[in-house]
Design a protein around this ligand. Structure first.
Ligand code: SAJ
Length: 426
């Protein structure tokens, strides 16, 4: 590992672009490859293709990152890091196509003794049972012709404290030499702990396990929210009470559903792989079912409070506050907002949507316009722009509000005579 070491990042999204800039700022000759021409052109002009704190603070580096759509430039680098999406398809089955395409382009442009690192989230077994056979098919032997390692990405979009430069990582590899090289690279670019794993399968398992942990904990409180709604207990109050315990409790909060490209996706990688190997993850599947139900529970909650004021959902004007899956970012992937809108359409409600971070996907141009058009609201995303706006809801004579992330001042809203219900909060 010297300053002469050249690095190639394949896939310049939330994961790859920050990593490329980090490699660059740590002095490595770094190039980026991405099949998306628009993204490549934006980066060439020194613009980030998406909103990400880490990149905003390093905008001047963007123009210093040579970027290409053609993978032929990978031949000359020493380390190739693949950061392409690994989404799930409609039946929640892992779709490895983008990853396989990226590996194919690496193989077609393979240099000598390159270290290939996969950062994309994959299930245990993908490196040895899917990727390695692609090299063997071309007569290429691991350790002789290339090295293969896995270092699962750990990006938390919008997090101002934790980013690619300081989040601890785990690394696994097929050969000892591959592990040694990968550890050396990450220890050079990251101010955090880099943990070697006993096997590449163990490294593949860490990411899906840490995100399944989060998914099941969210499902736990989402189920509590439904039962406590029946029992007239404010679950947010109970969770905050439990969180006063200084050990052995980790607060999660109920909401309108689980979005994003990680949490609602990664458990399916584990479920499907274990099924292939003969084990059924009942608990993980139950958690996914509970979380996937929450958008529908949100619409049901709205229907219930509209009934109290004898307003049907049909033909009532409903405003959707937020489309992003998470506050203050512009990421719509797997967002519960779209399941909520679909469900409202089925019930023939009239729908306005506004998200300050997703204006072209919104159907009105401002919060005021949405409030003018609406009789009732569902808050889907706790964007800063929607907080402390209770007086506006009164001004525009909103009749009912479902607070999908329990982030509004319910007492104040109710004091205005507006019907209010959160998710397990009232
Ligand atoms: N959510 C809840 N209740 C909670 C926490 C989250 O309903 O208590 C919902 C959010 O609204 C969102 C979804 O779940 O729709 C995912 O939320 P998230 O905070 O986990 O956000 P992500 O998807 O950006 O998760 C990332 C993940 N990072 C990686 O996978 C590399 C995850 O591992 C991190 O735990 C998470 O950031 C984080 O800590 O914020």
């Amino acid at each position: 590992m010297t300053k002469e070491t050249r690095v190639g990042i394949v896939g310049l999204g939330y994961v790859g672009l920050p990593l490329a800039l980090r490699s660059l700022e740590k002095g490595f000759k770094t190039i980026g490859v991405d099949s998306d021409k628009t993204k490549i052109n934006k980066i060439k002009q020194g613009q980030s293709p998406f909103l990400e704190e880490f990149i905003e603070r390093r905008k001047k580096l963007l123009k210093k990152l040579p970027v290409f759509t053609d993978a032929k430039n990978l031949k000359k680098v020493d380390i190739i890091i693949i950061c392409v999406p690994t989404p799930i398809d409609k039946s929640h089955y892992p779709n490895l196509k983008p990853l396989k395409n990226a590996v194919k382009s690496v193989i077609n442009n393979l240099g000598k003794n390159q270290l290939i690192i996969i950062e994309s989230t994959i299930n245990p077994g993908v490196c040895e049972e899917v990727i390695k056979p692609m090299f063997i098919k071309e007569g290429l032997q691991e350790e002789k012709d290339y090295y293969l390692a896995h270092c699962p990405e750990r990006i938390d979009p919008g997090n101002k404290k934790w980013n690619v430069s300081n989040i601890n990582r785990v690394v696994g590899a097929i050969s000892k030499e591959g592990l040694k090289r990968a550890l050396e690279y990450y220890k050079t670019i990251i101010d955090g702990k880099i943990r070697p794993m006993k096997s590449i399968k163990a490294a593949e398992s860490v990411k899906v396990v840490e995100n399944s942990f989060r998914d099941v904990n969210i499902a736990f409180v989402n189920e509590l929210a439904q039962s406590f709604d029946q029992m007239g207990i404010d679950v947010k109050d109970v969770i905050d009470g439990a969180a006063t315990k200084p050990f052995a409790f980790m607060a999660h909060y109920p909401s309108r559903g689980v979005g994003g490209h990680c949490i609602p996706v990664d458990p399916y990688y584990l479920i499907e792989e274990a099924k292939r190997k003969g084990f059924d993850h009942l608990f993980l599947r139950a958690a996914r079912k509970i979380n996937n139900y929450m958008p529908f529970y949100t619409v049901k909650t709205l229907q219930d409070i509209l009934n109290e004021i004898e307003l049907p959902l049909k033909n009532t004007a409903i405003g959707i506050l937020g489309l992003s899956y998470k506050a203050n970012i512009d990421d719509l992937r797997e967002s519960p907002a779209f399941k909520i809108v679909d469900e409202l359409k089925k019930k023939q409600a009239k729908i306005s949507t506004f998200d300050p971070y997703a204006k072209k996907e919104s159907n009105v141009n401002s919060l005021e316009e949405l409030l003018k058009n609406s009789e009732a609201l569902i808050l889907v995303t706790n964007h800063q722009e929607f907080l402390n706006k209770e007086d506006l809801f009164k001004k525009f004579n909103i009749k009912a509000i479902v607070d999908g992330v329990n982030c509004l001042d319910g007492e104040k809203i109710k004091s205005f005579g507006i019907k209010y219900h959160g998710i397990g909060k009232f």
